[in-house]
Design a protein around this ligand. Sequence first.
Ligand SMILES: C[S@@+](CC[C@H](N)C(=O)[O-])C[C@H]1O[C@@H](n2cnc3c(N)ncnc32)[C@H](O)[C@@H]1O
Length: 390
Amino acid sequence: MEVVQVLHMNKGNGDTSYAKNSTVQRKIISFGKTIIEEALLELSSNYDIDSMGIADLGCSTGPNTLSAISQIMDIVRATSGHLRRRVPEFRLFFNDLYSNDFNSLFMLLPAFYKMLKEEKGIGLAPSQCFISGVPGSFYGRLFPSNSLHFVYSFSSLHWLSQVPVGLESYAVKHLNKGKVYISKSSPQSVVNAYSSQFQADFSQFIKSRSQELVPGGRMVLSFLGRKSIDPTTEDGCYQWELLAEALMSLVKEGLIEEDKVASFNAPYYAPCAEELKVEILKEGSFIIDRLEAFEVDWDGGAVADTHNEQGKMMVGERVAKTIRAVVESMLESHFRLGQDTMDVLFSKLAEIVGNHLSKTRTKYINFVISLVRKASHINLEAQPMDVFLF
Ligand SMILES: C[S@@+](CC[C@H](N)C(=O)[O-])C[C@H]1O[C@@H](n2cnc3c(N)ncnc32)[C@H](O)[C@@H]1O
């Protein structure tokens, strides 16, 4: 599976679309707000910027994309007012992979520009806003050197650039049979393949951004991870365990071939804080200003009592829809399931998730990291940070 070609969140505005099923990710954006505020305040205090380059990496489409950038522009406006500076002109770049639904995103822009002008005075001289779409992988260069002041990325960096080497669908031997990600029963070679792929990808990401951000530029990254060094703990992988269980139940019903499950591994990795710090410090161009971890409910914290059948079903369905909006493109490409079988798979997943959450409220762990591009590789020493769990 070519991740770069295949991966996209469910398009459009329908019942299974990402636009309609991304409340967990919206919650995650709200967790990052204070850290973004701090980063932008520091940036604006240190530099008087006329034309601010801002990039959203892994923007997808739907309400989250514009609400995140709108919050950021509000913060920059407030900070400029506070510092008695004029609001800069905004150069906004929305990046995602080639098959992202950029069309739906662009169709939201006329209303967005109107709102900016009427409610915030942006679009009236001197404060203009120039938006561009930038298709391509963030695991490589996307922007000219020294062209960005602020980079952010929400709920995207847990996607790897590819299925780890040795675990591809065409590998001669399937090492992770019956599972789709690291699991308690996975051999050490599977764990090693995932962690090596993460190291290669994350260092490439950091290196690319170090060339694109101006010295002193800021980057806030937020993505799923895990608390423990052990990658098989529930908070790091259990959603995949349950998806594997749903797939295997379709194997039993004769709807999917067992070999197809054996040859599928998700291009995903939930790192722990130590792994992040090692890669950032090794690359050497960034100071870690903040590194925090938050727990996030699988259903985004919606209140439903999972001790009765109806509540269990509701929560299971909500979580399964969130997962479907994100992983359906990959499953479609590998398993070639028709719509009916896909529906069966996700109602099975809803049942399994509902049962699981009625016994254990497993949560996602989400990291937020705030980084500062060093002025020089030599002058500033990166500081190791403790991780705070909220
Ligand atoms: C769950 S969505 C998050 C969207 C949005 N940032 C939010 O918070 O709602 C993850 C996005 O990351 C994108 N993505 C994954 N790998 C990527 C890569 N290598 N380069 C660019 N975008 C990528 C996916 O296509 C997807 O649109």
